[in-house]
Design a protein around this ligand. Structure first.
Ligand code: BDR
Ligand code: CA
Length: 311
């Protein structure tokens, strides 16, 4: 399967990309696009370029939108640090981003493919909304969007809103109303497909990629450790894991509407049963995931990548 990843790295974005890289038999990353979210678009672009250089992987990276469609950016230094990927100390990136804007890059890459592509969305949906509004003819060339974001009941930035949707609800609304098939990994499935902190400890003695993953997790889990939790959520790895091992997950179809207004509910993904009369508005929402096997999949991926890397 050919995929394009739209992201805001972001510790968990990087772990998701590592997971995808470990499974070339399932997916080939054609390109990575970045968007303002966890930090500025410049920071998150530099972050992924640094990581790719460090692990010696060459994938085109295109920088995208610096701000949501009609709101101010709200970076998340509490979770990801000022850089969006605080923790690991990596050399500055030697590789440069593609000269094209992410929206143009996506359009050209998608149209270049002989078959419809899958987009993996791990960030606010600004780039994707701009793609769909600027090039509406692109829709039939997108097979599906596998995304991390939203929730059925909970929230992590407001009581009922998840960060990626909250950050640019207008963009999410455009994407969710596009009729493109969506598989949504929201907060509920991410709460089950979590990673025990003790499982990540041995990675510090592993190979080059494992050690990077350890440093990412060590910083990223600070929030969890402060609260006495023995696990952390690797949100963005969940949609990738579902593409690799769909049998670990289960869910149902819901109609999802995006709340764009309101101080309390901005970015809420409002779920209701699917109606036969609007099949194009039905989204597959993952609700359950096997946490133990998810963790194993992550750890195996890092071992696989360690073997391809000089120490
Ligand atoms: C999402 O928000 C970001 O901070 C993470 O990278 C993930 O994409 C989780 O709500
Ligand atoms: Ca992300």
């Amino acid at each position: 399967m050919r995929i394009l990843i739209d992201c805001d790295p972001g510790h968990d974005d990087v772990l998701a990309i590592l997971l995808a890289l470990a499974h070339p038999e399932k997916m080939t990353i054609q390109g990575i696009t970045t968007v303002a979210g966890n930090s500025t678009v410049e920071h998150v672009t530099e972050n992924i370029l640094k990581v790719l250089d460090f692990i010696g992987v060459s994938i085109p990276v295109a920088m995208g939108c610096a701000r949501p469609i009609r709101r101010e950016p709200e970076p998340q230094p509490m979770a990801h640090g000022e850089s969006g990927m605080d923790g690991p100390v990596l050399p500055a990136a030697k590789s440069k981003a593609d000269q094209r804007h992410a929206v143009v890059f996506l359009q050209e890459e998608i149209m270049r493919q002989s078959e419809p592509v899958t987009i993996v969305s791990l960030a606010p949906m600004t780039n994707l909304a701009m793609l769909l509004t600027t090039y509406p003819e692109i829709k039939p060339h997108i097979k599906q969007i596998c995304m991390m974001g939203g929730s059925l009941h909970g929230g992590n930035i407001l009581p009922r809103s998840e960060f990626n949707i909250y950050h640019d609800p207008e963009a999410a609304k455009i994407v969710f109303e596009s009729g493109i098939p969506i598989i949504m990994s929201g907060l509920e499935v991410c709460a089950e497909a979590k990673t025990m902190l003790k499982d990540f400890e041995p990675l510090k003695h592993g190979g080059r990629v494992s050690r990077l993953a350890y440093e990412l997790m060590d910083y990223y889990s600070g929030y969890a450790r402060e609260r006495g939790w023995d696990y952390t959520n690797v949100f963005d790895a969940v949609p990738v894991a579902q593409m690799i091992q769909p049998e670990l997950f289960s869910g149902a179809q819901y109609r999802i509407d995006i709340e764009t207004e309101g101080a309390l509910c901005r970015g809420m993904t409002v779920a209701q049963p699917c109606e036969d009369s609007f099949p194009e508005r039905c989204v597959t929402v993952l609700e359950h995931g096997d946490g133990i096997r998810f963790s194993e999949l992550m750890l195996d991926a890092l071992r696989i990548l360690d073997q391809t890397q000089p120490d």
